[in-house]
Design a protein around this ligand. Sequence first.
Ligand code: GRF
Length: 192
Amino acid sequence: MLSLGILISGRGSNMAAILNNIKNGVLNASVKVVISNVATAKGLDLAKEFGIETVVCSPKDFASKDIYEEEVAAHLKKRGVQLVVLAGYMRVLGPGFIEAFPNKIINIHPSLLPAFKGLHAQRQALEYGVKVAGCTVHFVDNTLDGGRIIVQETVPVFDEDTEDTLSTRILEKEHVLYTQAIQKLIDHNLKL
Ligand code: GRF
């Protein structure tokens, strides 16, 4: 069974969707640890409700970003994590961390990449005026939201949409898509 480690910074609804799918037998994986860089992240409470071990690593407690990320990587390695799942983790990973898990880090982004990278992707989509939006699960490399795409899903954009309504429509798809992406990786032995 594939061992996952999930990194979060906030709400944790994608993390919860993955944990639900594991609980319901939809996804044959196990979450070894949930790590947050934010001590007050709501997702930490959710993870505990699922009985998952949680760890808080605050970057400010470390002398440098490299040392902080070494600590995070050590927590993951120590628990035998085979795939690192970023779920609303609001920090850009440094090269050291990425090299520690080559092709074993994935992220979900609320746009149809390569469009609308970075923050506020849904707002960017509305401002641009696209009529179709969506979400992407991709490998993490040294580029911002630029790693190889694993799966994507689309949603329509309506004239009356606000950032909130579009984000909610995309988020519903994210909750299904992230599990599909992990399942696809399991089916392909993590080699796409
Ligand atoms: C999601 O929209 C995800 O695509 C983006 O950050 C948000 C995290 O939401 N990377 P949640 O913490 O999973 O609820």
